[in-house]
Design a protein around this ligand. Structure first.
Ligand SMILES: Nc1ncnc2c1ncn2[C@@H]1O[C@H](COP(=O)(O)OP(=O)(O)OP(=O)(O)O)[C@@H](O)[C@H]1O
Ligand SMILES: [Mg+2]
Length: 314
Protein backbone atom coordinates (compact mmCIF):
# COMPACT_ATOMS: atom_id res chain seq x y z
CA UNK A 1 0.00 0.00 0.00
CA UNK A 2 1.49 3.31 -1.09
CA UNK A 3 -0.03 6.56 0.11
CA UNK A 4 0.34 9.69 -2.03
CA UNK A 5 -1.05 13.13 -1.21
CA UNK A 6 -1.99 15.39 -4.12
CA UNK A 7 -1.70 18.98 -2.97
CA UNK A 8 -1.00 22.58 -3.82
CA UNK A 9 -2.00 25.77 -2.00
CA UNK A 10 -3.07 27.17 -5.28
CA UNK A 11 -6.68 26.49 -6.23
CA UNK A 12 -7.84 25.31 -9.63
CA UNK A 13 -4.52 23.84 -10.75
CA UNK A 14 -5.92 20.39 -11.59
CA UNK A 15 -5.42 18.48 -8.33
CA UNK A 16 -8.80 16.79 -8.36
CA UNK A 17 -8.77 16.04 -12.08
CA UNK A 18 -5.33 14.53 -11.73
CA UNK A 19 -6.29 12.45 -8.68
CA UNK A 20 -9.37 10.99 -10.39
CA UNK A 21 -7.63 10.24 -13.68
CA UNK A 22 -4.32 8.98 -12.33
CA UNK A 23 -6.32 6.69 -10.04
CA UNK A 24 -8.41 5.61 -13.02
CA UNK A 25 -5.38 4.77 -15.17
CA UNK A 26 -3.78 2.79 -12.32
CA UNK A 27 -7.03 0.89 -11.71
CA UNK A 28 -7.33 0.21 -15.44
CA UNK A 29 -3.90 -1.41 -15.24
CA UNK A 30 -5.25 -3.80 -12.64
CA UNK A 31 -4.24 -2.01 -9.46
CA UNK A 32 -6.53 -1.64 -6.48
CA UNK A 33 -6.83 2.09 -5.88
CA UNK A 34 -8.52 4.08 -3.13
CA UNK A 35 -9.21 7.79 -3.56
CA UNK A 36 -9.65 9.85 -0.44
CA UNK A 37 -11.46 13.18 -0.84
CA UNK A 38 -10.26 15.53 1.90
CA UNK A 39 -11.53 18.70 0.26
CA UNK A 40 -14.76 20.22 1.63
CA UNK A 41 -15.49 21.39 -1.92
CA UNK A 42 -16.27 17.68 -2.52
CA UNK A 43 -15.30 17.90 -6.21
CA UNK A 44 -13.61 14.50 -6.31
CA UNK A 45 -16.67 12.89 -4.76
CA UNK A 46 -18.95 14.59 -7.29
CA UNK A 47 -16.77 13.27 -10.11
CA UNK A 48 -18.07 9.81 -9.17
CA UNK A 49 -21.48 10.40 -7.58
CA UNK A 50 -24.28 12.71 -8.63
CA UNK A 51 -25.29 15.28 -6.05
CA UNK A 52 -28.61 13.41 -5.64
CA UNK A 53 -26.90 10.09 -4.98
CA UNK A 54 -24.50 11.72 -2.55
CA UNK A 55 -27.48 13.21 -0.67
CA UNK A 56 -29.38 9.93 -0.57
CA UNK A 57 -26.59 7.46 0.05
CA UNK A 58 -23.55 9.17 1.54
CA UNK A 59 -24.20 12.55 3.11
CA UNK A 60 -25.48 11.48 6.52
CA UNK A 61 -23.20 8.65 7.52
CA UNK A 62 -20.72 7.79 4.80
CA UNK A 63 -18.33 10.74 4.47
CA UNK A 64 -15.03 11.79 5.92
CA UNK A 65 -16.85 14.48 7.92
CA UNK A 66 -18.18 11.82 10.30
CA UNK A 67 -14.67 10.58 10.78
CA UNK A 68 -12.87 13.88 11.42
CA UNK A 69 -15.86 15.25 13.31
CA UNK A 70 -15.57 12.93 16.31
CA UNK A 71 -14.05 14.11 19.55
CA UNK A 72 -10.87 12.47 18.39
CA UNK A 73 -10.99 11.65 14.67
CA UNK A 74 -12.10 8.06 14.19
CA UNK A 75 -13.70 7.59 17.58
CA UNK A 76 -17.24 7.28 16.18
CA UNK A 77 -16.65 5.40 12.95
CA UNK A 78 -13.84 3.34 11.44
CA UNK A 79 -12.31 4.97 8.37
CA UNK A 80 -12.57 1.76 6.36
CA UNK A 81 -16.35 1.67 6.97
CA UNK A 82 -16.60 4.81 4.82
CA UNK A 83 -15.21 3.17 1.68
CA UNK A 84 -17.63 3.07 -1.24
CA UNK A 85 -17.25 1.59 -4.72
CA UNK A 86 -18.57 4.04 -7.33
CA UNK A 87 -20.64 1.93 -9.70
CA UNK A 88 -20.34 3.77 -12.99
CA UNK A 89 -16.54 4.02 -12.93
CA UNK A 90 -16.07 0.44 -11.75
CA UNK A 91 -18.38 -0.96 -14.40
CA UNK A 92 -15.80 0.27 -16.94
CA UNK A 93 -13.06 -1.56 -15.03
CA UNK A 94 -14.69 -4.97 -15.33
CA UNK A 95 -12.18 -7.48 -16.73
CA UNK A 96 -9.16 -5.41 -15.70
CA UNK A 97 -8.88 -6.87 -12.20
CA UNK A 98 -8.58 -3.28 -10.97
CA UNK A 99 -10.72 -1.42 -8.48
CA UNK A 100 -11.36 2.28 -7.92
CA UNK A 101 -12.85 2.99 -4.49
CA UNK A 102 -13.56 6.27 -2.76
CA UNK A 103 -13.98 7.81 0.63
CA UNK A 104 -16.17 10.80 -0.02
CA UNK A 105 -16.14 14.27 1.41
CA UNK A 106 -18.72 16.68 2.79
CA UNK A 107 -19.09 20.44 2.59
CA UNK A 108 -19.24 20.56 6.38
CA UNK A 109 -15.62 19.44 6.61
CA UNK A 110 -14.59 23.08 6.41
CA UNK A 111 -15.94 23.79 9.91
CA UNK A 112 -14.42 20.60 11.29
CA UNK A 113 -11.00 21.60 9.95
CA UNK A 114 -11.20 24.85 11.91
CA UNK A 115 -12.47 23.11 15.05
CA UNK A 116 -9.64 20.60 14.90
CA UNK A 117 -7.06 23.35 14.65
CA UNK A 118 -8.66 25.11 17.63
CA UNK A 119 -8.26 21.94 19.66
CA UNK A 120 -4.50 22.21 19.39
CA UNK A 121 -4.67 25.07 21.85
CA UNK A 122 -6.12 24.91 25.32
CA UNK A 123 -3.61 22.54 26.86
CA UNK A 124 -1.55 24.03 29.63
CA UNK A 125 1.43 21.67 29.89
CA UNK A 126 4.10 21.37 27.22
CA UNK A 127 3.87 17.59 27.37
CA UNK A 128 0.11 17.71 26.97
CA UNK A 129 0.26 20.00 23.98
CA UNK A 130 2.90 17.84 22.27
CA UNK A 131 0.77 14.78 22.77
CA UNK A 132 -2.27 16.55 21.39
CA UNK A 133 -0.27 17.72 18.38
CA UNK A 134 0.93 14.17 17.70
CA UNK A 135 -2.48 12.59 18.27
CA UNK A 136 -4.27 14.97 15.95
CA UNK A 137 -1.67 15.08 13.20
CA UNK A 138 -1.18 11.32 13.10
CA UNK A 139 -4.89 10.42 13.18
CA UNK A 140 -5.16 9.56 9.49
CA UNK A 141 -1.86 7.75 9.47
CA UNK A 142 -3.04 5.58 12.37
CA UNK A 143 -6.38 4.90 10.70
CA UNK A 144 -4.74 3.72 7.46
CA UNK A 145 -3.01 1.04 9.52
CA UNK A 146 -6.30 -0.90 9.44
CA UNK A 147 -5.79 -4.19 7.56
CA UNK A 148 -8.69 -3.32 5.25
CA UNK A 149 -6.46 -0.68 3.63
CA UNK A 150 -3.54 -3.01 3.05
CA UNK A 151 -5.46 -4.61 0.15
CA UNK A 152 -5.02 -1.39 -1.82
CA UNK A 153 -1.95 -0.94 -3.98
CA UNK A 154 -2.34 2.81 -4.04
CA UNK A 155 -4.14 5.41 -1.94
CA UNK A 156 -4.40 8.89 -3.49
CA UNK A 157 -5.47 11.75 -1.23
CA UNK A 158 -6.99 14.85 -2.84
CA UNK A 159 -6.53 17.91 -0.63
CA UNK A 160 -8.16 21.32 -0.42
CA UNK A 161 -6.05 24.24 -1.64
CA UNK A 162 -4.86 25.12 1.86
CA UNK A 163 -2.50 23.95 4.58
CA UNK A 164 -5.13 23.37 7.24
CA UNK A 165 -5.04 20.61 9.80
CA UNK A 166 -6.85 18.12 7.57
CA UNK A 167 -4.25 18.62 4.82
CA UNK A 168 -1.51 18.21 7.42
CA UNK A 169 -2.95 14.86 8.52
CA UNK A 170 -2.69 13.77 4.88
CA UNK A 171 0.97 14.77 4.68
CA UNK A 172 1.76 12.92 7.92
CA UNK A 173 0.02 9.83 6.50
CA UNK A 174 1.82 9.94 3.13
CA UNK A 175 5.01 8.53 1.79
CA UNK A 176 4.97 10.83 -1.20
CA UNK A 177 3.55 14.19 -2.25
CA UNK A 178 2.51 15.03 -5.79
CA UNK A 179 2.08 18.69 -6.70
CA UNK A 180 0.00 19.61 -9.75
CA UNK A 181 0.74 23.15 -10.90
CA UNK A 182 -0.03 25.43 -13.80
CA UNK A 183 2.95 26.81 -15.66
CA UNK A 184 2.35 30.44 -14.77
CA UNK A 185 3.89 32.97 -12.44
CA UNK A 186 1.44 32.70 -9.54
CA UNK A 187 1.27 28.92 -9.60
CA UNK A 188 5.01 28.44 -9.57
CA UNK A 189 5.66 31.19 -7.01
CA UNK A 190 4.26 29.18 -4.10
CA UNK A 191 6.08 25.90 -4.70
CA UNK A 192 9.10 26.56 -2.49
CA UNK A 193 6.86 28.00 0.19
CA UNK A 194 4.83 24.79 0.09
CA UNK A 195 7.97 22.67 0.34
CA UNK A 196 9.19 24.83 3.24
CA UNK A 197 5.95 24.47 5.16
CA UNK A 198 5.94 20.70 4.65
CA UNK A 199 9.51 20.55 5.94
CA UNK A 200 8.55 22.54 9.05
CA UNK A 201 5.61 20.20 9.71
CA UNK A 202 7.78 17.10 9.32
CA UNK A 203 10.47 18.50 11.57
CA UNK A 204 8.04 19.51 14.29
CA UNK A 205 6.30 16.15 14.15
CA UNK A 206 9.57 14.25 14.38
CA UNK A 207 10.93 16.46 17.19
CA UNK A 208 7.81 15.81 19.23
CA UNK A 209 7.77 12.12 18.31
CA UNK A 210 11.38 11.76 19.50
CA UNK A 211 10.58 13.54 22.68
CA UNK A 212 7.59 11.30 23.29
CA UNK A 213 9.33 8.07 22.39
CA UNK A 214 8.38 5.33 24.81
CA UNK A 215 5.11 6.97 25.79
CA UNK A 216 3.23 6.42 22.56
CA UNK A 217 3.58 4.88 19.18
CA UNK A 218 4.87 7.84 17.21
CA UNK A 219 7.47 6.76 14.73
CA UNK A 220 9.13 9.52 12.70
CA UNK A 221 7.73 10.48 9.31
CA UNK A 222 9.59 11.13 6.09
CA UNK A 223 7.25 12.08 3.25
CA UNK A 224 9.09 13.12 0.10
CA UNK A 225 8.14 15.06 -2.98
CA UNK A 226 7.41 12.86 -5.96
CA UNK A 227 7.40 16.12 -7.84
CA UNK A 228 5.53 18.85 -9.63
CA UNK A 229 3.28 17.82 -12.51
CA UNK A 230 2.50 20.68 -14.85
CA UNK A 231 -1.14 20.61 -15.87
CA UNK A 232 -3.31 22.49 -18.34
CA UNK A 233 -0.15 23.08 -20.36
CA UNK A 234 -0.70 25.09 -23.55
CA UNK A 235 0.54 23.23 -26.59
CA UNK A 236 0.87 24.78 -30.06
CA UNK A 237 2.33 22.88 -33.02
CA UNK A 238 3.09 20.01 -30.62
CA UNK A 239 5.26 22.26 -28.45
CA UNK A 240 4.78 23.84 -25.06
CA UNK A 241 4.36 27.59 -25.60
CA UNK A 242 7.50 29.61 -25.01
CA UNK A 243 6.09 31.48 -22.01
CA UNK A 244 5.10 28.28 -20.23
CA UNK A 245 8.32 26.54 -21.18
CA UNK A 246 10.18 29.37 -19.45
CA UNK A 247 8.22 28.89 -16.21
CA UNK A 248 8.71 25.12 -16.30
CA UNK A 249 12.46 25.46 -16.80
CA UNK A 250 12.66 28.06 -14.05
CA UNK A 251 11.07 25.61 -11.61
CA UNK A 252 13.18 22.73 -12.87
CA UNK A 253 16.39 24.70 -12.31
CA UNK A 254 15.63 26.66 -9.18
CA UNK A 255 12.94 24.99 -7.12
CA UNK A 256 13.65 22.57 -4.29
CA UNK A 257 10.70 20.47 -5.51
CA UNK A 258 11.64 18.14 -8.39
CA UNK A 259 9.72 18.38 -11.67
CA UNK A 260 8.30 15.26 -13.28
CA UNK A 261 8.88 14.72 -16.99
CA UNK A 262 5.18 14.10 -17.58
CA UNK A 263 2.87 17.01 -18.32
CA UNK A 264 -0.84 17.17 -18.89
CA UNK A 265 -2.00 19.51 -21.62
CA UNK A 266 -4.96 21.83 -21.49
CA UNK A 267 -7.87 19.91 -22.95
CA UNK A 268 -11.37 21.18 -22.22
CA UNK A 269 -12.62 18.43 -24.54
CA UNK A 270 -11.48 15.78 -22.05
CA UNK A 271 -11.91 17.58 -18.76
CA UNK A 272 -14.66 20.10 -19.44
CA UNK A 273 -17.59 18.07 -18.12
CA UNK A 274 -16.58 18.45 -14.44
CA UNK A 275 -17.30 14.82 -13.70
CA UNK A 276 -20.97 14.70 -14.64
CA UNK A 277 -20.68 11.27 -16.21
CA UNK A 278 -19.30 9.67 -13.04
CA UNK A 279 -16.49 8.15 -15.07
CA UNK A 280 -13.05 9.82 -15.22
CA UNK A 281 -12.09 11.02 -18.71
CA UNK A 282 -9.26 8.50 -18.97
CA UNK A 283 -11.77 5.65 -18.57
CA UNK A 284 -14.09 7.14 -21.17
CA UNK A 285 -11.40 7.64 -23.79
CA UNK A 286 -11.69 5.25 -26.69
CA UNK A 287 -8.38 5.72 -28.51
CA UNK A 288 -4.81 6.64 -27.60
CA UNK A 289 -4.99 10.38 -28.15
CA UNK A 290 -2.30 12.74 -26.88
CA UNK A 291 -3.94 13.29 -23.49
CA UNK A 292 -4.36 9.56 -22.91
CA UNK A 293 -0.67 9.13 -23.74
CA UNK A 294 0.25 11.90 -21.30
CA UNK A 295 -1.71 10.28 -18.47
CA UNK A 296 -0.15 6.95 -19.37
CA UNK A 297 3.29 8.49 -19.10
CA UNK A 298 2.37 10.11 -15.80
CA UNK A 299 1.16 6.77 -14.47
CA UNK A 300 4.41 5.12 -15.61
CA UNK A 301 6.42 7.79 -13.86
CA UNK A 302 4.42 7.82 -10.62
CA UNK A 303 3.86 4.07 -10.32
CA UNK A 304 7.50 3.48 -11.22
CA UNK A 305 8.68 5.85 -8.49
CA UNK A 306 6.42 4.03 -6.05
CA UNK A 307 7.81 0.67 -7.17
CA UNK A 308 4.40 -0.30 -8.53
CA UNK A 309 5.67 -0.99 -12.05
CA UNK A 310 3.19 -1.16 -14.89
CA UNK A 311 2.74 -4.65 -16.20
CA UNK A 312 2.64 -6.39 -12.83
CA UNK A 313 -1.12 -6.50 -12.79
CA UNK A 314 -1.98 -6.35 -16.45
N1 LIG B 1 -5.82 19.28 -18.30
C1 LIG B 1 -6.94 20.02 -18.23
N2 LIG B 1 -7.44 20.62 -19.35
C2 LIG B 1 -8.54 21.39 -19.29
N3 LIG B 1 -9.23 21.63 -18.17
C3 LIG B 1 -8.79 21.07 -17.03
C4 LIG B 1 -7.63 20.24 -17.00
N4 LIG B 1 -7.43 19.82 -15.73
C5 LIG B 1 -8.43 20.35 -15.00
N5 LIG B 1 -9.24 21.10 -15.78
C6 LIG B 1 -10.43 21.87 -15.35
O1 LIG B 1 -9.96 22.95 -14.54
C7 LIG B 1 -10.82 23.17 -13.44
C8 LIG B 1 -10.01 23.01 -12.14
O2 LIG B 1 -9.55 21.67 -12.07
P1 LIG B 1 -9.54 20.87 -10.70
O3 LIG B 1 -10.87 20.97 -10.05
O4 LIG B 1 -8.99 19.53 -10.99
O5 LIG B 1 -8.48 21.74 -9.91
P2 LIG B 1 -8.15 21.70 -8.33
O6 LIG B 1 -6.72 22.08 -8.20
O7 LIG B 1 -8.59 20.43 -7.76
O8 LIG B 1 -9.09 22.87 -7.81
P3 LIG B 1 -9.38 23.22 -6.27
O9 LIG B 1 -8.14 23.90 -5.76
O10 LIG B 1 -10.56 24.14 -6.33
O11 LIG B 1 -9.65 21.93 -5.57
C9 LIG B 1 -11.94 22.15 -13.58
O12 LIG B 1 -13.02 22.78 -14.24
C10 LIG B 1 -11.36 21.07 -14.46
O13 LIG B 1 -12.35 20.41 -15.22
MG1 LIG C 1 -9.85 20.06 -6.15
Amino acid sequence: MRVVTVMNYKGGVGKTTLTANLGAVAANRGFRVLLLDLDPQTNLTFSFFSVDNWHDQLKDNRTIKQWYGAELPGRDVALADLIVTPERANSVLKNTGGQLDLISSHLGLIDIDLELAARLGGTTTLDGSKRKFLDLHSCLRGALDDSRFSDYDLILIDCAPNFGLVTKTAIVASEQILVPAKADYLSTLGLDYLAGNCAVLVQQFNDYANHKRGTGDYSPIDPSFLGVVFTMVQIYSQQVTLAQHTYIEEVRLNSRVPVLDSKIRNSPRHFGDAGESGVPAMLRATGKDEVVKEFDQLADEVLGALALPSGDHQ
